[in-house]
Structures are given as C-alpha cells and as structure tokens.
Design a protein around this ligand. Structure first.
Ligand SMILES: *Cc1c(COP(=O)(O)O)cnc(C)c1O
Length: 404
C-alpha cells in the first residue's frame, strides 16, 4: 500500500477541479488594518484586505488589545487546564456573565471556537432529548451539520429559509415528539437573513425548540450588538443562541446562551466542552472587553452598514454582478472555480487587493464568487480603488457582468 500516493492523489483531484486552496500569507498590523504586509511572494508588499471576518476591526481596537495585553501580564499565557481540572478562570466566568446578559438569557457557556460550540452543543442537546427530531436549514454551516450528525437524531433538512417546507415537515411529525429547529440568522455566503419571528411562530405552533447560529450577526446587529434576534425583538423566543467571539468581536472563541438548566446540561455532558483546555484568560478578557464595548457603542455598527451599502452601490454602478441582500456581506458572482481563483490571483498580484476565492464545497458548484466584507475602516478611496481593480480584472478575464 502506497500511503503517500493516496494523499497525493486526493490533493491532485482538487487541483484538477480547480479548487485546490492556496492561503495568502500576510501580517496584519495594529492601526493599519485593512492594509496588511504581504508575505505570499505574489503582488506588492502592502495589500488591502477585503475578505476579513473581523467585520468591525475589533481585532485591533485599543480597548480590546489593551484588555488582552494587561490580562496576559496579570494572568499569564494559558488557562492551566480544562474547566473541570483547574482551568475555570475568573476571566472566563466573567465573559459568560457578559454573554448571558447580552442575549437576555439566564446563562452562557464559552467554548474554544464557534465551530466547537455548534458541534458539541447540538450533539449533546440532541442526545439528551429522547426521540428528538432535528429540522435543519439546507444552508446551515458545517459545524451545525456535524453536531446534528453526532446527535444521532432523526434529521430533516428544509429548503433554505423556506417556511412552507419547514411547516410541511413539522406537520408530518407527532406533536408530542421533541423537535429542534436549527438555523442561522445571517447566512454568510449569500448574506441573506432568516425570518426569525416566522420560524418561532412555527416552533410555537408545533411545539419545537429553536437553535440559532448568530455567528455573522453578533456585535453587528441589534441596539447592543446581540444579533438579528435582538434587532427583531425575538431573542426571548429563541431557546438557544449560539455565537462566536472571533468575527464581529474580533478575538476567538464561541458560546451558547440559553436557560440555566440547558446550559448546565451542556456543561455537564458535552465532550467538546469537558475534554479540552479552557481558552486563555487573556482571550476571555479581550472578548469581554469587545462585547462590553459594542454593547454601548453604535458608531461601528452604523458605519459598518453604511460602508457595505456604499460599496454595493459603487460596484453596481460599475456593472459588476453584485448579489443583493439585506446584510453587510457583498458577494460578487463569478460562477466558475478556475476563473474565480484566477480573478483572485490577479487582484492580488496586479492590484494589491486581497479577496480569497470562495469555491465548492463552501458554496454550490457554479456559484463560485468573490465574497467582499467591507469594514468601518475601509475608506471611500479604497472602495474606488477596489471598484477600478475589479473592473479591470472583469475586463481582462471577460467575466459575466450581471448577477446569475
Ligand atoms: C465561522 C462560522 C462558525 C464557526 O465559528 P468560529 O468561531 O470561526 O469557529 C459557525 N457558524 C457559522 C455560520 C460560521 O460562519
């Protein structure tokens, strides 16, 4: 058995399909983002990042950076263990109190990442409910899909944001059977938003629990940055709210917020919580500072929405195929994996513009795209430059001008 050849062939298959992933090596500098140093050997030494999930630039915010620096000096580098064995640090307990308050829930539980939060929470909640059926939106993130799979529950996938289909599936199940509807608020690739109240109406009608992933909304929507459910006045209707500390909040880590008993059960049974070392206290302190700051400051949220709307207008005026949506995500459709990669390469090498291509399996084949995420620190001038660069690349590659 030639083991090495098998791995080589697996990678070769991705190259053949033009979806082999190449990472761009860069270094962000505090105070300079979205400009960063480029170490990839392609293109200029300074590039502009247009695809960061540090949506508000909180990763370089002085309040957050200082909270992390002072905490690391006080508490040291690591947590020292799992939460069960010596890692239950004051800083993480404080973070959880902040998150419970943010979402108006009795309790919250922090995890090493948003991915783990989804995977282990969904698996555990599903296992704890005898005979539970999980109804899952077709566009749910891989972390939810994996968690649902591990729960061992019967699973039904409803067409993306399709309430009629969801109701059809709910109606077919016995009313006494435990049910959980799992969905997201902002879907990160198309940037569309779920009808949260309508999903909750169906949950009420058919006696189901709700689990929402607000990863692409926390920090960015709602008067205190608790997400779209807060904006829509629907937080109290959701059973479990899941979020990340890595995107809008600019640090790293994930969490759920829910009732005291549900959180206690996940804390007590979830392998992805029990058997792994706690996030460093300095990370927890930085996240707490970010959450706290964004609870009180509207400037970043307002500017973020304005920046996205402005860029969308500019790109549209230039005849580029922008996908329309109600969120901060600005996808530009290419529709071919090789051309998408090529467009991204040209943007970097010839224009100093960094936008990672989004190919299958992140999006369906034939909908390959450039996913642009303008932040409050992207200026009008940068946007004019980007519009020109995209126009030049579209011209050079003969790409489609209208959205598919
Ligand atoms: C990024 C992402 C996650 C995972 O969050 P991390 O904190 O990056 O692990 C979960 N759900 C969705 C929808 C995401 O896009």
């Amino acid at each position: 058995m030639d083991y090495e050849a098998i791995f080589g062939q697996a990678v070769e298959k991705l190259r053949d399909e033009k979806r082999y992933r190449v990472f761009t090596e860069l270094a962000r500098q505090v105070g300079q983002f979205p400009v960063a140093d480029n170490f990839s050997g392609i293109g200029p030494e300074k590039i502009t990042i247009w695809c960061s999930n540090d949506y508000l630039g909180m990763g370089q915010h002085p309040v957050v950076v200082e909270a992390m620096a002072s905490a690391v000096r006080r508490y040291g580098a690591g947590a020292g263990g799992t939460r069960n064995i010596s890692g239950n640090h004051h800083a993480i307990v404080e973070l959880e109190a902040e998150l419970a308050d943010l979402h108006g829930k009795q309790a919250a539980l922090a995890f090493g990442s948003g991915y783990v939060a989804n995977q282990t929470s969904l698996a555990t909640i599903g296992k704890l409910l005898p005979g539970c059926v999980i109804l899952s939106d077709a566009d749910n993130h891989n972390s939810m899909i994996e968690g649902i799979r591990q729960s061992g529950c019967e699973r039904h996938v409803f067409r993306h944001n399709d309430l009629a289909h969801l109701e059809e599936l709910l109606k077919a199940l016995p009313i006494g059977k435990p049910k959980l509807i799992a969905f997201e608020s902002v879907y990160s690739m198309d940037g569309d938003i779920a009808p949260i109240h309508a999903v909750c109406d169906l949950a009420d009608k058919y006696n189901a629990m709700t689990y929402i992933d607000e990863v692409h909304a926390v920090g960015m929507y709602g008067p205190r940055g608790a997400g779209v459910a807060e904006r829509d006045n629907a937080m109290h209707r959701i059973t479990v709210i899941q979020g990340t500390l890595a995107k809008g909040f600019g640090v790293v880590g994930g969490y759920i917020a829910a009732s005291k008993d549900l959180v206690d059960a996940v804390r007590s049974y979830a392998p992805g919580f029990i058997f792994t070392t706690t996030m460093p206290p300095a990370v927890a302190a930085a996240a707490t500072a970010s959450v706290r700051y964004l609870k009180n400051s509207q400037v970043e949220r307002a500017r973020h929405q304005e920046r996205a709307a402005t860029l969308r207008r500019m790109l549209q005026a230039a005849g580029l195929p922008v996908m329309m949506n109600q969120s901060h995500i600005v996808p530009v459709m290419v529709g071919d994996p090789a051309l998408c990669k090529l467009a991204s390469d040209l943007l970097l090498s010839d224009h100093g513009v960094y936008i990672q291509p989004i190919n299958y399996p992140t999006v369906p084949r034939g909908t390959e795209r450039l996913r642009i995420t303008p932040t409050p620190v992207h200026t009008d001038e940068m946007m004019r430059g980007l519009t020109g660069s995209l126009g030049a690349v579209w011209e050079k590659l003969g790409l489609r001008r209208r959205a598919a």
